[in-house]
Design a protein around this ligand. Structure first.
Ligand SMILES: Nc1ncnc2c1ncn2[C@@H]1O[C@H](COP(=O)(O)OP(=O)(O)OP(=O)(O)O)[C@@H](O)[C@H]1O
Ligand SMILES: [Mg+2]
Length: 436
């Protein structure tokens, strides 16, 4: 359940509880008010009758006047009743407001009050009967209680609306903040939050923006460093290749020449030894030239990516004649030197991985233009990736990924359905080529 829902739900429950408590208190108070009012009115009426009767009442006319004086009373009714129980005169209640609902009347109605006051008029014995009627009072109390309750209800609704708006604002910001963090987690550091609004949220947004600015700066300098490291690596490789070629190559050649001469010697023992040395030298020369190829791709690229990859295929198919190599490289690809070299290195490492780790029967290389740049894809149908194949000493995949990231491209390695592995890199087109 979301935090917003929980907090708003709790506030709503508290408000409803407050309403219930307030309503109950209102009812209790209203009941005591109704009872007190009716009781006071009744006792006042009773006292007034008794006071009047203490005077000299000699005639029924006076009694009629006494009873008539209760006409229009709101809570008490008076009646003059003769000895046969017949009502001679009776007062009517004052104007009744619109009555309260039945349930409220049932709750509020106090115990009924009634009083019989006997009068011994000579020749006319009779009784004044007083009865209470709380309906007027209850109708009034209902009006007050209902208004008070509606006011409380309006207050609760307004409170809930204001709190909901405040939470919607705050949680809207939190949602944007969370989305921003997700973007950052995916390596997009150009995301910024709006810094307008409440000072606390604005401070958070400023902190976030500051963080993404710093991250973007770090990422840029990282990429610069990676490029520098790659350049240094390339230079080192080129240096080692040069040394191998210039220092080891001539000596191997010299040994080969000497071995050839020895192989022509009259002495059969020396001849045999010369032949063995020559074979060994030929073996070492082949290896050195393989190493040189690996170390100096730039040389291969002098004749273009297509030729360099054809060379690579030749290199591996000689050693693994059982593997069927296939390549489809779109001619005239729009790649700058760095992207071309990255494409070559990706194909080189992917081929090496495929033949070393998965014993495939076929490997397919595709390099083609796509909407977002140039896609390099190498698929094999070997045994597929195993979980254990990452960590120290496994630099190939990480190296490919680094190269692609430096060029702001996308890189994936995945198992294919069925069997095999697909390595895929999307190298964005360099802007100057795009604009050309
Ligand atoms: N085409 C593939 N088929 C099956 N497994 C593969 C394939 N490519 C890579 N792997 C697995 O992924 C692991 C990591 O590959 P990675 O190229 O990073 O390291 P490596 O080849 O083991 O060592 P190196 O640093 O020499 O490249 C490999 O050890 C291997 O288990
Ligand atoms: Mg590898």
């Amino acid at each position: 359940m979301s935090l917003q829902f929980r907090v708003l739900g709790s506030i709503a429950v508290l408000l409803v509880l407050a309403l219930l408590c307030g309503g109950t208190l209102l009812l209790l108070h209203a009941r005591s008010v109704a009872e007190l009012e009716v009781h006071t009115a009744f006792r006042g009426a009773e006292r007034s009758i008794r006071d009047t009767l203490q005077g000299n009442v000699e005639h029924t006319v006076t009694l009629r006047q006494v009873v008539a004086s209760f006409e229009g009373q709101r809570h008490v009714r008076a009646a003059l009743v003769n000895e046969n129980g017949r009502v001679i005169v009776q007062s009517q209640l004052g104007h009744q407001k619109s009555p309260a609902p039945g349930w409220f009347e049932n709750l509020m109605t106090p115990p009924p009050l009634a009083s019989r006051i006997p009068i011994n008029l000579p020749g006319f014995p009779c009784v004044v009967v007083l009865t209470s009627d709380p309906r007027n009072e209850i109708a009034e109390v209902w009006d007050n209680a209902r208004n008070a309750f509606l006011t409380m209800l309006a207050f609760c609704v307004a409170t809930m609306a204001v709190v909901s708006l405040a939470f919607a604002y705050a949680f809207g910001f939190l949602r944007r903040f969370q989305a921003g963090l997700q973007e950052v987690a995916q390596g997009r550091y150009d995301v910024r939050l709006d810094t307008k609004g409440a000072p606390e949220l604005a401070a958070l947004a400023q902190g976030f923006n500051h963080m993404t600015q710093r991250l973007a700066a770090f990422s840029d300098s990282n990429q610069r460093l990676e490029r520098q490291i790659q350049n240094i690596q390339e230079e080192e490789r080129a240096g080692i290749a040069r040394d191998l070629h210039d220092e080891v190559g001539p000596y191997l050649f010299a040994i080969q020449v000497d071995a050839n001469s020895a192989a022509k010697s009259a002495d059969p023992k020396i001849r045999e030894l010369g032949g063995t040395i020559r074979d060994a030298v030929l073996h070492v020369q082949r290896h050195v030239s393989d190493i040189l190829r690996q170390l100096r791709p730039a040389n291969d690229l002098e004749f273009g990516l297509q030729a360099a990859i054809a060379d690579l295929i030749l290199f591996w198919s000689r050693r693994y004649p059982g593997i069927h190599f296939e390549s489809a490289i779109t001619p005239g690809l729009q790649l700058d030197r760095r992207s071309e070299e990255a494409a070559f290195r990706i194909v080189q490492e992917s081929l090496s991985n495929a033949v070393r780790h998965s014993s495939p029967q076929a490997i397919r290389i595709v390099i083609a233009e796509e909407a977002g740049g140039v896609a390099v894809c190498v698929e094999d149908n070997g045994g597929g990736l195993k979980q254990s194949g990452t960590g120290l000493g496994h630099m190939g995949l990480a190296g490919m990924e680094d190269r692609v990231r430096t060029l702001k491209g996308r890189f994936t390695v995945e198992n294919l359905e069925g069997q095999g592995v697909r390595v895929r890199a999307l190298l964005p087109r360099p802007r100057e080529l795009e604009d050309a």
